[in-house]
Design a protein around this ligand. Structure first.
Ligand code: ADP
Length: 791
């Protein structure tokens, strides 16, 4: 490898060393020259002074003797000195005794010497003889030319500097050579060896140690490079080994992947095949579920039609004069029929859900009211078993929510019914509150509880917690299955927690949207103007909820409790303003005790299961109103209003006068089943309606043409012409848009109701129906049409 001279290490080293030495030499030389310059300056002075000192005595004798010849000889002697160019002896009056002079040396370099030493120097010495030292004899004056001394100095300086420079040059040449031999050459050797290395296998090379450099830095550098090369070679060997192993492994891996891919694709094929099979199976299952639902719908239709006859006939017979025994037997038969009907409805509902035919309504409804209604319906069952049925509804619970009121009622009613059924003593609490976006409904009982292993099982159709449940409590095991399916359909969850022997808690968590257009109404003014004292036995849950509600209404309340042992200490209570104070008590005994401080008209009894015991007439005079628990919020408000002496002006369904029945209105009954004709006709006649019967749609159309009926009860499935067709003809061909037509059908599947409405019918009731249902629907439509006709 060729390296430029100026780039070589030896050159750089030599150059740098020489430059440093040169600089140092120059400084030293200059120093020496300066020293010489200073010496030369003083040496010239000393030299002349010495000459003058030697000449002083003869010059003084000459001046004393005024001997001009001797004076000139002396001055000639002085001028022999190359530096002295002028000398004179003068007396005290400046008269020249003798003077000698010669020309100054001229030269091209004189300016440099003059610059350093000045051109001339003047010396004067006073002349005197030793005996008459105080007598002034005159002066010896000497003028000196500095040039001879200056040129001598300049020559020396030039020699010093030039020789110094030559020394440095020689030194650098020597150093260059030494460095080349010692450093550059061996390094070049090493470099050449490296550059000859095979690029394919650089680790194979070993660098030669330059001769004579085994123990110096170059030798060590080469050796450690060789060591590294050896290590690299070993590592390369290892890497190559690993590489080859890796190659082997990757080949194996490729093989495995290939095999696995093949297996996977086989499995995938199988999966696609089984997917296809399962899709077919699913379609088959859905088809079967649909077929089962259709079959059940048909079965239900076929069962309901004769069942209408059975229940109708039983209820008609029960109104005849019968012996007690016969009445009891018919009662059992009727209740069994109702249970059978419930079972049928449950089975139908479950099959609807399974066939995907269940659609939920989404309307705004009063959930609080729904729960209160269920509680009030089931209260009798609870009280018959001496169980408290407690409503714990959050007073701030929203007024309305969106959902399916019928299905929600079904769930609440099922869970509460179960809780009462499986509780022998204690309390059943229905709790309702909102938690984030969910409505939480809990039914908590203190009943028999459910064993841990049965807690999931009970949600499967026809499953009960214990094998003897049916024998002991009855039931079919369908209720909870249906509830869970309904709640799941509402995107909610139904769960249970239970401790065997202590009770259960069924929790329903449904995401019902709140209807924000409705708000809580504040409590009416007259109630707010009173103070309330609430007296109850310690730990009465229904009273705690009552207090919560009163507090929510922001009423002025005071609570007093008494222990299990008795009410005696209540005798000491004081009432400051009895006129404006109302007292709510939990049992008649309390009213007896407090009657001395508060008038009976200001006392309200709130009680549930003890009602039967409390009927005792001797207590009755001590309280004004009895509110039966579980009470609804509106009933509580109404009772409080009554207690403060306010009359309730709006008419509720309970306060409407008893209905008078048919009042001679004519009804066309369209029904092909003779038993059902018999039942309906008997009921309608009893209610005071005039009844005409048509066996099918065609007969109905003919009769409507000729008779002015007040309403038509229309079966849907009939021979010759069905109910839908007959309705269409009556509406469009006979042009009777106002004649009330009510469907009476055993079809209860989803869509049947809509089918009736789209055919032009006004309302819809299902078989078997109860007497009051028939009466309500007829009254509603006849009255409505009559009012429309009047306006
Ligand atoms: P049924 O009540 O007709 O038997 P359900 O589906 O409503 O059917 O209930 C299934 C079973 O779950 C019941 O038979 C009973 O064993 C158990 N169960 C339901 N509710 C309760 C409850 N509140 N306490 C104890 N067990 C209950």
């Amino acid at each position: 490898m060729k390296i430029n001279l100026s780039n070589r290490l030896s050159f750089k080293l030599a150059r740098n060393t020489v430059l440093v030495a040169l600089a140092l030499g120059m400084v030293l030389n200059l120093f020496q020259v300066v020293l010489d310059y200073l010496n030369e300056k003083t040496a010239l002075d000393q030299d002349i002074q010495a000459l003058i000192t030697i000449s002083h005595t003869p010059a003084s004798q000459i001046a004393y003797n005024i001997d001009s010849r001797l004076a000139e000889e002396l001055l000639d002697g002085l001028l022999k000195h190359p530096a002295i160019i002028e000398a004179e002896i003068i007396d005290t009056d400046n008269r020249v005794l003798a003077r000698k002079h010669r020309q100054m040396t001229d030269s091209a370099y004189r300016w440099l010497s003059d610059l350093l030493f000045n051109p001339t120097r003047n010396y004067a010495t006073r002349l005197a003889v030793q005996q008459l030292s105080d007598v002034d004899l005159g002066n010896l004056n000497v003028v000196v030319d500095t040039y001879p001394a200056g040129t001598a100095f300049l020559k020396r300086a030039a020699f010093t500097l030039i020789s110094g420079f030559i020394k440095s040059l020689t030194l650098s040449a020597l150093l260059l050579f030494v460095f080349y031999v010692m450093l550059t050459k061996p390094l070049l050797k090493v470099i050449n060896s490296v550059s000859e290395v095979n690029p394919e296998a650089p680790e194979k090379v070993r660098l030669p140690v330059p001769k004579g450099h085994q123990y110096d830095e170059i030798g060590i550098l080469v050796e450690s490079t060789n060591d590294h090369l050896q290590t690299i070679e070993k590592s390369f060997q290892l890497v190559r080994k690993t590489e080859s192993r890796l190659k082997n492994y990757s080949e194996q891996l490729e093989l495995i992947v290939e095999t696995r891919t093949k297996e996977l694709s086989d499995k995938n094929d199988q999966l696609i095949k089984s997917n296809k099979e399962s899709v077919v199976a699913k379609e088959e299952a859905v088809r079967r579920a649909k077929a089962r639902a259709d079959f059940l719908a048909n079965m239900s239709h076929e069962i309901r039609t004769p069942f209408n006859g059975v229940l109708g006939m039983i209820s008609l017979t029960m109104e005849e004069p019968l012996s007690d025994r016969q009445k009891r037997q018919l009662d059992v038969a009727y209740n069994s029929g109702i249970s059978l009907l419930d079972l049928l409805n449950d089975i139908l509902d479950i099959s609807k859900v399974e066939a995907g035919k269940l659609t939920l309504e989404n309307i705004s409804f009063d959930l609080r009211h729904t729960v209160e209604e269920v509680a009030s319906l089931l209260a009798q069952n609870a009280h018959a078993k001496h169980i408290d049925l407690v409503l714990d509804i959050d007073p701030a619970f929203p007024e309305h929510a969106f959902g399916d009121p019928t299905r929600v009622r079904q769930v609440v009613s099922n869970l509460t019914g179960n809780a009462i059924k499986f509780t022998e003593k204690g309390t059943v609490t229905i709790k309702l509150f909102k938690q984030d976006a969910f409505v939480i409904l809990q039914v908590i009982d203190t009943g028999i509880g459910i064993a841990p292993d049965a807690r999931e099982k009970i949600f499967a159709p026809f499953s009960q917690a214990y094998s003897d449940t049916t024998r002991k409590y009855g039931g079919t095991g369908l209720g909870l299955a249906l509830c869970r399916q309904l709640v799941t359909h509402m995107s909610g969850k139904l769960t249970v927690e239970s401790i065997e022997g202590e009770g259960s808690c069924f929790t329903t968590k449904i995401p019902l949207e709140i209807d924000n257009t409705t708000e809580h109404k504040p409590i009416r003014r007259p109630i707010k103007d009173h103070k309330f004292i609430i007296i109850h036995k310690e730990g009465q849950p229904e009273f705690l909820n009552l207090i919560k509600q009163l507090q929510y209404w922001e009423l002025d309340i005071e609570t007093l409790t008494y222990p299990e042992s008795g009410v005696d200490h209540l005798k000491e209570i004081e009432v400051k303003d009895p006129e404006n104070t109302l007292v709510l008590i939990d049992q008649p005994e309390v009213s007896k005790v407090i009657t001395s401080v508060i008038p009976a008209e200001h006392v309200m009894l709130v009680s549930g299961k003890h009602y039967a015991e409390n009927k005792d007439s001797q207590h009755k005079s001590f309280f004004q109103i009895h509110l039966h628990s579980p009470f609804s919020r509106s009933n509580l408000e109404k009772s409080l209003l009554k207690l403060v002496g306010e009359e309730i002006t709006e008419m509720t369904s309970q306060t409407l006068p008893l209905r008078k029945g048919g009042e001679g209105h004519s009804v066309l009954l369209v029904e092909d089943n003779q038993v059902n004709q018999l039942v309906a006709k008997a009921i309608l006649t009893k209610l005071g309606y005039l009844v005409m019967i048509a066996y099918n749609g065609q007969e109905a159309v003919d009769l409507v043409k000729t008779h002015p009926f007040d309403a038509v009860l229309m079966d849907c499935h009939m021979p010759i012409m069905d109910g839908y067709e007959a309705t269409r003809v009556i509406r469009s061909v006979l042009n009777k848009p106002d004649l009330p037509i009510i469907a009476v059908t055993a079809n209860v599947m989803h869509g049947d109701r809509e089918k009736c409405y789209s055919a032009g019918m006004d309302d819809y009731i299902t078989k078997p129906y109860e007497r009051h249902e028939l009466l309500e629907v007829l009254e509603k439509w006849i009255e409505l049409r009559r009012r429309e006709a009047r306006t």
